[in-house]
Ligand binder design. Structure first.
Ligand code: GLN
Length: 230
């Protein structure tokens, strides 16, 4: 019974609720740990339906992580994280819808699975776009402007100040998107001319640029170590 009194007049219920919460938390962490150990502790998936996935695979290998090319919902099993690469967000989104991966990745994410979207992956991670309708994962509370830097600036490099990085980071932008607006729970990590080009949430990271096309592996390290906790 809620708020029932003990002999000395204390209310017992709140303590029980707190204890149960802590218990659930421990159980969740233990379950995830067991899951990871069972499947091998250091597997990170790279969505491999279209676009620049091979480059991510190579860098993950260098970091001592076992990369898994994800083409089916089954491939998500036992992963400690997932990268959604650059490419064409409409093509990737349509292929994900066909293969069941749109729902598969959402469910991986909502169970706490870490996701990193680069460029087209950032478009897919958003909850809404300023452009025509297209399949989105909707993992991040943000409005995305696809090809946001305009056609004339097809691609460019820019030195960026990234929140949490000690040294500047040179981003390679190719028909890159930006977040026009972000909602609660989204932490901005970097901007170009006031536009959001890097951001994170509890188990999500997005970058409008292509860290897999440079020799600077700090974003991969950040994702693997800080977001996935490997
Ligand atoms: N402009 C592309 C899109 O919106 C993304 C480009 C890229 O990933 N390099 O799908």
């Amino acid at each position: 019974m809620a708020g029932s009194n003990t002999d000395n007049g204390e209310t017992r219920e709140p303590r029980k609720v707190t204890a149960r919460k802590a218990d659930l938390e421990t159980r969740r962490v233990t379950a995830r740990k067991a899951d990871l150990e069972q499947e091998g502790p250091k597997k990170i998936g790279v969505l491999a339906l279209q676009g620049a996935f091979r480059e991510h695979v190579e860098i993950l290998r260098k970091l001592g992580v076992e990369p898994v090319e994800v083409r089916d919902v089954e491939d998500l099993k036992g992963l400690a994280g997932l990268i959604v690469p650059g490419g064409e967000s409409t093509a990737i989104g349509n292929l994900m819808a066909e293969s069941g991966l749109l729902d598969g990745v959402r469910s991986f994410f909502y169970k706490g699975g870490p996701v990193w979207g680069t460029c087209a992956g950032m478009v897919l991670a958003a909850s809404a776009t300023t452009g025509p309708r297209q399949p989105l994962l909707g993992l991040m509370n943000a409005l995305v402007e696809r090809n946001g830097f305009g056609r004339q600036v097809h691609s460019f490099e820019k030195e960026l100040e990234i929140e949490g990085f000690e040294e500047p980071y040179v981003g390679v932008f190719i028909r890159a998107p930006f977040f026009e607006d972000v909602g609660p729970g989204v932490e901005v990590m970097g901007k170009v001319d006031g536009r959001v080009v890097a951001a994170k949430g509890e188990n999500i990271l997005v970058t409008a640029f292509h860290p897999e096309l440079t020799d600077d592996i700090r974003f991969h390290e950040y994702f693997v170590r800080e977001v996935c906790g490997l």
